[in-house]
Structures are given as structure tokens and as C-alpha cells.
Ligand binder design. Structure first.
Ligand SMILES: C[S@@+](CC[C@H](N)C(=O)[O-])C[C@H]1O[C@@H](n2cnc3c(N)ncnc32)[C@H](O)[C@@H]1O
Length: 217
């Protein structure tokens, strides 16, 4: 069993008892639909591409993806079995069936070179610094050569308000790699290329960006 599993993980709103309020929190305070739509648009998904939502949480991004791309194979994975139950119920209530898998913190439950694109929203700042490289390596392993990962997460703050708010947030979540601008370098160390940072979305909790990275071979 790896470090991640021993140490546990950080749930959607830090404390398990708050997970059920996550959707309300995100939609009211984080411009959720706007930023998730931008992520989907930017990923430029083509018909028949296989897509993974890494750290899918309660399944909102999966729901949006499936409604825009009903014929694509779309999968979700998360480390928290309770959040996957919420996702499953939400998808079921909309008449959608999307395969959801549990991540053990070590090996993603997919074969190598399987997905065309991985999307991930607000997950990376929940991952402990010592786990990030291994997790990026795992994501790279399951992407096809030529595949891309699109990560929506906190950016290095560009405005005064974001600087203040993330300095508070860092007491609760391991957000330092984001605010110090280390994410592109970590992606490079995991073997990704063509790494870029795109957009800067101001939210109540600080600036977000979309990191894009490619797997060449
Ligand atoms: C802030 S929530 C975001 C959920 C969803 N992606 C969204 O944008 O609505 C963070 C999610 O990351 C998941 N998570 C935390 N650590 C993880 C890890 N090491 N591997 C995979 N998922 C993880 C949590 O269980 C939670 O569902």
C-alpha cells in the first residue's frame, strides 16, 4: 500500500461531513458551470475519443461531458468511495450510466495507452506534494501517445485579492505547488511535453487556470 493510502486523502470540501454541500458550494461560489464549460471547450473533444475525468467528485463534469458527447466513452475515477456514491446517484437520476472507478492512490485502474484525453477539475491542489509526480506519471501512462491532459486548478495568483485568499487557503489544502507556479515543471518531470497554462479565471477563492500537457510517445 502506498503513501497516499496510508496518509489518506483530502475530501471534496476538506471534511467528509461537508461533501454533501460540495455541489452547492461550487455552483454558488466558484462559477462552476462557466469554468467547467471553458475546460470542456478548450479540450476540443472529437467524436469517438475516450475521455477520463480524473478526480470526478460528485460527477458534474461527467454529466456535462456526457450531455455534450453522448456517443463518446466517458469514465470517471476518484479516490473517495463516498463521493463516487453521490456521483452515481446524480448520474442515475439523470438517466445516465457512466463507469465510475475507485483509485487506490497508486495504480489507476485502466490499461496503458487507453484514453485520448484526461480532464481534471480542482483535484491537483488536493494532492500532497510528494504524491503529485507519481500521480502525473500514472495519468501519463494511461493516455495514448498523442493524448492530452487538461487540468483546471489554481494558478499562480496574478491579482492582489487572489494572493491574499490563497495565503488563507494554503492553511487547509496543499496548494503551494499551484501558487508557486510548480505545476508545469512537475508535468515536465512526469514526461509530458507541450505544456501550457491557459486562461485566468478570477473566483472568490483565487485565480484558476487550465494546464494543458501532451504525451508524445
Ligand atoms: C474539490 S473536489 C473536485 C471534484 C470534481 N473534480 C469537481 O470539479 O467538481 C476534489 C476531488 O479530488 C478527489 N481527490 C483527492 N485526492 C485525490 C487523489 N489522490 N486521487 C484522486 N482523486 C483525489 C476528492 O475525492 C474530490 O472528489
Amino acid at each position: 500500500m502506498g503513501n497516499n493510502v496510508n496518509k489518506g486523502f483530502i475530501p471534496a470540501l476538506k471534511y467528509k461531513c461537508l461533501t454533501k454541500y460540495f455541489d452547492l458550494f461550487l455552483s454558488v461560489l466558484m462559477r462552476e458551470y462557466k469554468i467547467k464549460n471553458e475546460l470542456i471547450k478548450y479540450a476540443g473533444i472529437n467524436n469517438n475519443e475516450k475521455i477520463l475525468d480524473f478526480g470526478c467528485g460528485t460527477g458534474t463534469l461527467l454529466l456535462m461531458l456526457k450531455s455534450y458527447y453522448p456517443n463518446n466513452e466517458i469514465n470517471g475515477v476518484d479516490i473517495d468511495k463516498d463521493v463516487l456514491t453521490l456521483a452515481n446517484d446524480k448520474l442515475f437520476s439523470k438517466g445516465l450510466s457512466i463507469p465510475l472507478s475507485i483509485y487506490d492512490g497508486e495504480n489507476l485502474p485502466y490499461e496503458s495507452n487507453y484514453f485520448d484525453k484526461i480532464l481534471s477539475s480542482l483535484v491537483i491542489h488536493h494532492i500532497y506534494p510528494e504524491d503529485k509526480l507519481r500521480i502525473f506519471n500514472e495519468n501519463r501512462r494511461i493516455l495514448k501517445p498523442g493524448g492530452n491532459i487538461f487540468i483546471l486548478d489554481f494558478a499562480k495568483p496574478k491579482d492582489f485579492y487572489s494572493k491574499i485568499i490563497v495565503s488563507i487557503l494554503k492553511r487547509f489544502e496543499p496548494i503551494d505547488d499551484n501558487i508557486e507556479g510548480n505545476i508545469p515543471d512537475l508535468l515536465r518531470k512526469a514526461g509530458f511535453t507541450n505544456i501550457s497554462e491557459n486562461f485566468y479565471f478570477r473566483t472568490l477563492f483565487g485565480g484558476l487556470t487550465i494546464y494543458r500537457a501532451s504525451k508524445l510517445i
